[in-house]
Design a protein around this ligand. Structure first.
Ligand SMILES: [Zn+2]
Ligand SMILES: [Zn+2]
Ligand SMILES: [Zn+2]
Ligand SMILES: [Zn+2]
Length: 734
């Protein structure tokens, strides 16, 4: 869309944000100087000229040398055609517009921002917004919409209608209470007034430095980027340039949502020159001569690659290609305000009254997915697995719509969950370690979702027992993500048990470490196993360089497990604790234990199976377990236990006794796979009489004498990967 006069460019905006980051000034401080301080001289009514505006920037950005092109571009942006007649004539801008703009870019609580804007536009300070003041607000909203490239002609009548709705009591003017209520519940006021910056597709490429294994040609100057030389490639559209050509590159074509009603519903191909990596045309199947010049076109959504000449024979409609089941095309995301009036009312009616104002900002965009697809909500922990996490993040941004892909370090899981909340049929993919998965599951618990979506895992880093049990492997090693997404499409749902753990300490002088989690997803243990994990944890913090590969991790475990000193605290564990299984005491008298482990999943510490293999379970595992479980909630009979197979969805836990540190070392290195099977049960209570090492899901701590109660919490739908080609290594899923 052609930009109107007075728009600031993406690079200007980026520069402005840099200045704002470094400045400590607030708009309200600057306004004081205008109102009754040293800068009052610049005021002409509520307006200021360019000189006054420059002073404003100087104070606000705490910079004496704001580049002239930047302040001029900003100044012009406040003088768009919608501004008041006389200010345009006299080359002035309204101070309240300027203040509103900047204050909304500032951080702060939404309710404070709303109140601030109300006061800004209540120019006669009578505590209500009359119709002319409301008109000014609409003008400001139009300016923001223009900046976001929305179709402004559609917007004006909608905004007028909306402002009428805000006047709740029909008095013809808007009170502060009405304004705040509207901002909280009905109208995305903050978005419209203030550049909800996450809504801006700013036309900037997302550059990555890249060396190319074959000759490629610069999208700008079309000459070759030498073999093995470094160029820049846009992560979103695969536009490629020489370093020195980046400044002059055309804007990025990738638009992440529909900005006009006509773009809602049907997705068109978005062609970018070059990027034909396969060298073959998807239309005519003939070769594309990519080695000699910048040729061919590729679509940034379906990733088809075609000859320039084949373009005329292609239809417009884009089906998003092989990964369409996962993709939210831009045509399926659009600003809520562009929804028809009736739809908006339905939307409003379905909203619960909420005190959480920040919610409203996330309803700025609506999702209406392509029918029969399962849009994927991707969470990436870029810190997991070394550089792998970051790579996965930007690969998914290319494969899917960047609005589906969330960086957990930046915003955590909440914004993504809120954005997808009402999307039918969506799935979640968590890219990270078991700890990251636990974090997401906990957030889902708390989010109170109308429908809990199934969760798949792309394991990053080491020791991913949960991912392993769900057949997503122990750690991602650069495999093709497209293929993994295809696997995900075929995956099945299991309802994984989750367990509450309550630790009630006895009153002692001694101090405990804090208990790391209240929920068990994987396993819990007391004694020697936890002690090993504890030392391991401390050593890892101390000597990270020794723990940089999975193999080395195993060796360290072995070393700790076999060293003499560690199991002295846990020796004859059965004398310092008692165990109750579903209310009945468990007899430990014939054992000499150094640890007890409680398993929800059969894999521990990167693939060890403490429960051990069950000899050839014939038939349906669920059936077998149900048959056993129906008769008894608790199984302690050793003969029956021999036939039991772990199942992470049977609402039962497996309890295993660990009889020696040497043995533990063997378990970690897979020389030996099992502990002593004690029970299968649905509830377990421990009483301990001395300080012991414990761990939940691999997080160790030292715990003073206490009572620990483990009970079933809920089940979470998890996606299980396709079965491996070889036979099952152990038990149910692994
Ligand atoms: Zn781009
Ligand atoms: Zn170039
Ligand atoms: Zn396409
Ligand atoms: Zn062709």
């Amino acid at each position: 869309m052609a930009k109107e006069r007075g728009q600031i460019s993406p690079s200007d905006f980026a520069q402005l944000q840099k200045y704002m980051e470094y400045s400590t000034q607030k708009v309200s401080d600057v306004l004081k100087l205008f109102e009754d301080g040293e800068m009052a001289e610049y005021l002409q009514g509520d307006a200021i000229g360019y000189k006054g505006f420059q002073e404003f920037l100087k104070v606000y950005l705490e910079a004496d040398n704001v580049p002239n092109h930047l302040s001029l571009a900003l100044f012009e942006s406040f003088k768009t055609g919608h501004c008041l007649e006389d200010t345009v004539k006299n080359d002035l801008v309204c101070l309240s517009d300027v203040s509103c703009y900047f204050s909304l870019l500032e951080g702060g609580r939404p309710e404070d921002k709303l109140e601030f804007t109300f006061k800004l536009y209540d120019t006669d300070r009578n505590g209500i917004l009359d119709s002319s003041e409301v008109d000014r607000i609409i003008i400001q909203m139009m300016r923001v919409a223009e900046y976001l490239d929305w179709d402004v002609s559609e917007l004006r009548p909608i905004l007028q209608e909306m402002m009428k709705e805000i006047d709740y009591d029909g008095s013809g003017s808007v009170s502060l209470a009405e304004w705040l209520r509207a901002g909280a519940t009905t109208v995305p006021l903050l978005v419209l007034l203030g550049l909800e910056m996450t809504l801006k597709d700013n036309g900037q490429h997302m550059w990555r430095p890249k060396r190319f294994p074959r000759p490629v040609y610069c999208n700008l100057c079309e000459s070759s980027i030498g073999l093995g030389k470094q160029g820049l490639s846009c992560n979103l559209c695969k536009y490629v340039v020489h370093d020195q050509c980046a400044m002059k590159a055309l804007p990025c074509e990738v638009s992440t949502y529909a900005k006009s009603r006509k773009d809602i519903g049907v997705q068109s191909h978005v062609w970018v020159r070059g990027g034909c990596e396969s060298g073959r045309c998807d239309r005519c199947q003939k070769k594309i001569r990519i080695y000699h010049s910048l040729v061919g076109l590729h679509c940034v959504w379906c990733h088809l690659e075609i000859h320039d000449d084949c373009l005329q024979t292609m239809g417009h409609e884009c089906d998003c290609g092989l990964l369409r089941d996962h993709i939210l095309p831009p045509s399926s995301i659009y600003p809520s305000v562009l929804a028809s009036g009736q739809e908006r009312k339905i939307n409003k009616a379905s909203q619960k009254t909420t005190d959480d104002l920040s919610l409203s900002t996330f309803e700025a965009l609506r999702i209406d997915p392509v029918s029969n697809t399962h849009p994927l909500l991707v969470f990436v922990n870029p810190k997991s697995g070394g550089k792998q996490g970051e790579r996965v993040l930007w690969k998914f941004q290319y494969l899917l719509n960047p609005r589906q892909v969330f960086n957990l370090l930046k915003d955590g899981p909440e914004p993504g969950l809120r954005f997808f909340r009402d999307v039918p049929g969506y799935r979640i993919l968590v890219c990270g370690g078991d700890g990251t998965v636990g974090w997401i599951l906990e957030t889902i618990d708390k989010a109170n979702l109308p429908v809990v979506p199934p969760v798949a895992v792309l394991p990053l880093g080491t020791g991913n027992d949960l991912a392993r049990c769900l057949r997503w492997g122990g750690g991602y090693e650069g495999q093709n993500l497209g293929k993994i997404l295809k696997d995900l499409e075929m995956s099945k749902v299991v309802h994984m048990d989750r367990w509450s753990v309550e630790v009630i300490p006895q009153q002692t002088e001694e101090k405990s470490d804090p208990v790391p989690f209240q929920i068990i997803n994987n396993y819990f243990s007391i004694g020697v196993d936890a002690s090993i994990a504890h030392r391991f944890h401390i050593m890892r913090e101390k000597y990270p360089e020794k723990f940089n590969s999975r193999m080395k991790n195993k060796l360290w475990y072995f070393e700790f497990a076999t060293s003499e000193s560690i199991f002295s605290t846990c020796k004859r564990l059965e004398e310092s604790l008692t165990v109750e299984i579903c209310g009945k005491p468990l007899d430990l008298s014939n054992l000499s234990l150094e640890g007890i482990a409680v398993l929800n999943i059969p894999s521990m510490h990167g693939g060890s199976n403490l429960w051990g293999d069950t000899k050839k379970p014939h038939g349906d595992i669920h059936g077998i377990n149900q048959a056993l479980g129906a008769a008894a909630k608790v199984i302690t009979d050793p003969d029956i236990l021999k036939t039991c197979v772990p199942d992470l969805s049977d609402k039962r836990l497996e309890v295993v006794g660990l009889e020696g540190a040497i043995e533990m070392g063997q378990i970690y290195t897979k020389l030996k796979n099992a502990g002593h099977r004690l029970a299968k049960c649905s509830e377990i209570t421990f009483h301990t009489t001395k300080t012991l090492p414990m761990q939940i899901d691999g997080e160790p701590w030292m715990q003073t004498p206490c009572t620990i109660k483990i009970t079933h919490k809920n089940q979470m739908p998890m996606l299980v990967g396709p079965p491996p080609r070889s036979s099952n290594f152990f038990g149910f899923l692994c």
